[in-house]
Write a protein that binds this ligand. Structure first.
Ligand code: NAD
Length: 547
């Protein structure tokens, strides 16, 4: 394909500094002639494959994952096409670097490793002029925004403006996993201050030097951003990311019917966990209605999963009150029971009649769940006793240690398999290596919403849906579970191999997009061959020809 957009503006050194158009040493002789690049590059022309080899060699030679992260991000700043080629061709190797767990290290060190800004910063000081400042963004075709205020970054807490690493990482996955064009992705940091005193004490911290604002000052800034974003980028989809639960639930409720908006921690996590449970049942043989879920952690992710589970049972004709009784929570105050005096509104439907129980092990022993799900951000809380109790109650206990990053996982893959004598069906939020016990090797699945949000976003973009609905996330969960093969299950994995993520996302997008048409959420005429249309939308990292 010849790129006709090339102009004087993109000649010479300028094109070498334009990450979207740069080809580095892969510019051909003819291109070097046309674009005025003679002398600006070493004489030898390298193929794309050779460039990829060089990048891989460099990445693998780095001493730490954080160094690998830095190398990859600087490659993204220099040559985005090569960056995506490497990431897509080696997704299993690169995802843990660009995303959990390494992105957690990167956010914690963000102010010190800062080299070049990426993404868009909106702070309290921009009140009243956000629309104007958004015009500064160089790309006008933005289709998806991931926005955070940095208050609950993974399980690491308040990282303020340093949380920007998360929207950047998530949007890289939108491109790598679902082919959303890089120029259509906008990472946003909403800087409303931080309560992390060590950041405020650090002279190199990049964010506002103040404590977080709450109440109307926060709400007005958020509202202004949503209005401005919709005006500047009509039809844009907005993903809320890593807001603390005091804001996440209420923002979702307030804006889900006013904008094309969803909360990944609530809805995306709900879908990925439900999918894992549905796939697990192909091993355990039970029915969804027979599952009893015990959660450790009753925040966005835990409640989001329970709500999705209840919606799935509703689809099977089971009343919400009955379905909710299958979901139990232990949070920082112990077992969530109806006698508890004060609780957040979203927890109330799951506060059941029961004697108070402080510890998780007692809750496991008395409630006898079929699955335990860790969303507490507290490591080592699925103890040996907990896993052994689960293995005593269930022939195949479902154990999901979903907290991120790896350092926060409730137990490791090895612990789950060893303590259950190889019977656990295990999944984790961050990746774990395969585990061999005796002559059996188990490959743990990664129960991470990276399986869900890229496909959902692609389906919403292709269909031009006005809204993102719970029905779409439910469809995404079913689609994902459907794509788990018998071979995956035999190896103990309840999610498809990451190497298939592009295909997985395309099929999720198909089911999500269909809902947009079925429920009248789009004006776009449905293409005759929707799957072909979806594939056509998917970005491929190939160099254009300039001569
Ligand atoms: P949150 O802050 O909304 O909720 C955390 C919950 O954990 C709260 O209910 C809190 O009471 C509870 N908790 C804290 N300490 C506890 C303890 N010692 N014992 C029992 N409960 C305790 O956070 P969230 O958004 O729900 O995220 C929680 C974790 O889930 C994070 O580590 C996050 O990275 C992870 N997560 C994973 C995925 C995934 O795709 N795997 C998606 C979203 C969130």
């Amino acid at each position: 394909m010849v790129d006709k957009s090339i102009s004087k503006l993109h000649r010479g050194v300028k094109i070498l500094h334009d990450p979207i158009r740069n080809k580095g040493t892969a510019f051909t002789e003819a291109e070097r002639e046309t674009l005025g690049l003679q002398g600006l590059l070493p004489p030898r022309v390298h193929s794309f494959a050779e460039q990829e080899l060089r990048v891989l060699g460099n990445i693998r030679a780095k001493p730490t994952d954080l160094e690998r992260y830095l190398y990859l991000i600087s490659l993204q700043d220099r040559n985005e096409t090569l960056f995506y080629r490497v990431v897509m061709n080696h997704i299993e190797e690169m995802m843990p670097i660009l995303y959990t767990p390494t992105v957690g290290d990167a956010c914690q060190a963000f102010q010190h490793i800062f080299r070049k800004p990426r993404g868009f910063y909106v702070s309290l000081e921009d009140r009243g002029r956000i629309r104007e400042t958004l015009q500064n963004w160089p790309h006008k075709e933005v289709k998806i925004i991931v926005i955070t205020d940095g208050e609950r970054i993974l399980g690491l807490g308040d990282l303020g403006a340093d949380g920007m690493g998360i929207p950047i990482g998530k949007l890289s996955l939108y491109t790598a996993c679902a082919g959303i064009h890089p120029t259509q992705c906008l990472p946003v940091m909403l800087d409303v201050g931080t309560n992390n005193q060590s950041l405020l004490n650090d002279p190199l911290y990049n964010g506002l030097d103040r404590l977080r604002v709450r109440g109307s000052a926060f709400d007005e800034l958020f509202a202004e951003f949503i209005d401005a974003a919709q005006e500047v980028f009509p039809g844009v989809t907005i993903q809320l990311e890593d807001f603390a639960n005091i804001n996440a639930f209420r923002l979702l409720e307030e804006y889900r019917d006013k904008a094309c908006l969803f909360d990944d921690d609530i809805q995306g996590t709900g879908a990925v966990a439900l999918s894992g449970i549905i796939a697990s049942m192909r091993i355990t043989g039970g029915k969804l209605a027979d599952q009893k879920l015990l959660f450790l952690g009753a925040g966005e992710a835990g409640i989001g999963i329970a709500n999705t589970f209840v919606a799935a049972l509703a689809d099977e004709g089971i009343a919400a009150e009955v379905a909710r009784k299958q979901c139990w929570f232990v949070d920082s105050q112990g077992l969530l029971i109806s006698a508890r005096e004060q609780m957040a509104e979203q927890k109330r439907p799951y506060a059941h009649e029961h004697a108070p129980t402080d510890d998780f092990l007692s809750a496991v022993k008395t409630l006898k769940p079929t699955a335990i799900l860790g969303l507490s951000g507290q490591p080592s809380t699925f103890t040996r006793e907990v896993v052994e109790a689960m293995a005593e109650i269930n022939e195949r206990p479902i154990i999901m240690a979903l907290s991120n990053p790896t350092s926060k996982a409730e137990c490791t893959a090895e612990q789950a398999y060893t303590w259950s004598e190889g019977r656990a069906i295990f999944a984790s939020g961050s990746p774990f290596d395969p585990v061999t016990i005796g002559d059996q090797t188990f490959v743990p699945g990664q129960g991470n919403n990276a399986y869900i949000f890229p496909g959902v976003g692609l389906g919403v973009i292709v269909s031009r849906s006005r809204r993102v609905t719970d029905e779409m996330f439910y469809a995404a969960a079913l689609s994902l579970a459907d794509q788990v093969t018998d071979a995956d299950l035999q190896r103990g994995r309840v999610y498809p191999a990451l190497s298939r993520i592009r295909e997985v996302s395309a099929l999720i997008a198909l089911d999500v997009a269909k809902i947009a048409w079925e429920t009248g959420l789009t004006e776009r005429e449905q293409p005759e061959d929707l799957m072909a249309d979806i594939r056509e939308h998917m970005y491929q990292p190939v160099y254009p020809h300039y001569a």
